[in-house]
Write a protein that binds this ligand. Sequence first.
Ligand code: F6P
Length: 354
Amino acid sequence: MPDIHCIGICTGGGDAPGLNAVIRAAVKAAILKYKWKVIGIPDGFDGVIWPERSFELTLKHVSGILPRGGTILGTTNRGNPFHYKTEEDGQEVVRDISDQVIENVRKLGIDAVISIGGDGSMKIAQELYLKGMQIVGVPKTIDNDLCATEVTFGFDTALHTATDAVDKIHTTAEAHHRVMLVEVMGRDAGWIALGAGLAGGAHMILIPEIPFNIQKICDHLDLRERYGKRFTIIVVAEGVKLPAEMRHMSRTGAVANLIGDAIALISHKEVRVSVLGHIQRGGSPSPYDRILATRFGVAAVDLIAAGGFGKMVCLQQECIRTVSIADAVGKLKTVDPKGEMVAAARAIGISFGD
Ligand code: F6P
């Protein structure tokens, strides 16, 4: 068993509801179960680039944070110590400052680190592990697209937010007989769109995994009209791939705006677009996310106690397990276009625009 007296915790990448619940559980388990000291590393690995920013996390710090969104430690999706961008003489310079980070962790008296983050943070954790850092991972993303774990905390809360939005769009779409698009997050995978589309009773769902066609969307609008339905709700994942005929259109803003314009042009129907954006990353975590995050936090501390460095906690078949970070990174879990969830959606008349 490793000789541990003090651990560090950092949160990296985009935030997700439940980060504070992980921090709280890890701090409590470290102090109450193992009598360790805990250091909070602010703003991802940036916090060890400037070690003076780190501070001791006590039970008092984590009191009352369970229902809070965000992260009391702060986060960043930039600070990669292996490709650290700085400005020198007005020029952007990229440096590998990982040795300095490892030395700073040692100077802070930290024996092992819990890195809570998405794929990017796990890649950094793996590289630091290979350089000798005693580090374990806790997976996080609202997109729920990490292969190694069945679910990531934050996803359930984001799904609630997106579903609530689709419910609200329903009444106004019906009242005005409009086609309404709701764009949700999901850079590479359509889990939020598919989930919110099913839960919110959407009529069409566009996801990155299923190529769509604008004419097919318009045909579906016509079909609905023939059934006497004068409104349509389309849930769009932000990462949806534009069809060839639309790729020349510049994409600076939300993709749903482009799709909405194209639908209006072809169908001559009244179209409105709502882009949910970062609302999905905020708010109080759902009970499911609080529980999963708490289980992950405790499991990460137990993993350190057992010397399981270079590993990440995960959920498999409803049980908390561990996988090596090396096996977990870079493997995305995407929606299976031929899978049961898509088939269920199609069976109840939902179109994927294909
Ligand atoms: O990875 C989660 C996610 O929510 C994506 O769906 C989205 O594209 C991204 O984060 C946005 O991140 P940010 O605005 O923080 O760069």
